[in-house]
Ligand binder design. Structure first.
Ligand code: HEC
Length: 116
């Protein structure tokens, strides 16, 4: 049952512009993770035009200025440890208890494709 639901989820698909499946440790898992953990705020296209995204004030990940804010290492760190605003409020939860480092690296690689 669970497997079927997961395949259905992957079946919905995402547009993987730029990077090909070979660039990821596990492209299918990465897509599923994006859907499960990131999509609600950042949207399928990374522009963050979702209800939760507007509420959380996410920036447009396809914008080159936003892409330039952080290095890959910083992004990975933010996914691992979460992201807080300068006033200390939580912007994004840590994901290290939800996925492996390899999976988070795949998400960073995916985020980079959004900016191209
Ligand atoms: C609860 C909503 C929410 C979810 C879910 C979420 N994010 Fe974020 N994300 C944010 C907010 C808010 C920021 C900070 C925006 C800012 O810079 O002010 C952010 C920042 C980022 C940034 C840095 C660029 C930037 O805009 O500052 C990246 C990359 C990112 N998120 C990727 C992800 C990935 C990958 C996932 C899934 C593992 C995810 N996010 C899940 C809300 C969310």
């Amino acid at each position: 049952m669970k497997k079927g639901a997961l395949i259905g989820l992957i079946g919905l698909g995402l547009t993987l512009s730029g990077a090909t499946a070979a660039d990821y440790n596990d492209a299918a898992k990465m897509k599923a993770n994006w859907k499960t953990h990131c999509y609600s705020c950042h949207g399928s296209d990374g522009k963050g035009k979702t209800k939760a995204g507007r509420k959380a004030k996410v920036q447009d990940l396809t914008d080159s200025k936003v892409q330039a804010l952080y290095t890959d290492a910083q992004l990975l760190d933010q996914l691992k440890n979460g992201m807080k605003s300068t006033s200390g409020g939580e912007l994004m939860k840590p994901y290290s208890d939800k996925m492996s480092e390899a999976e988070m690296k795949d998400l960073v690689a995916f985020v980079r494709t959004l900016g191209k």
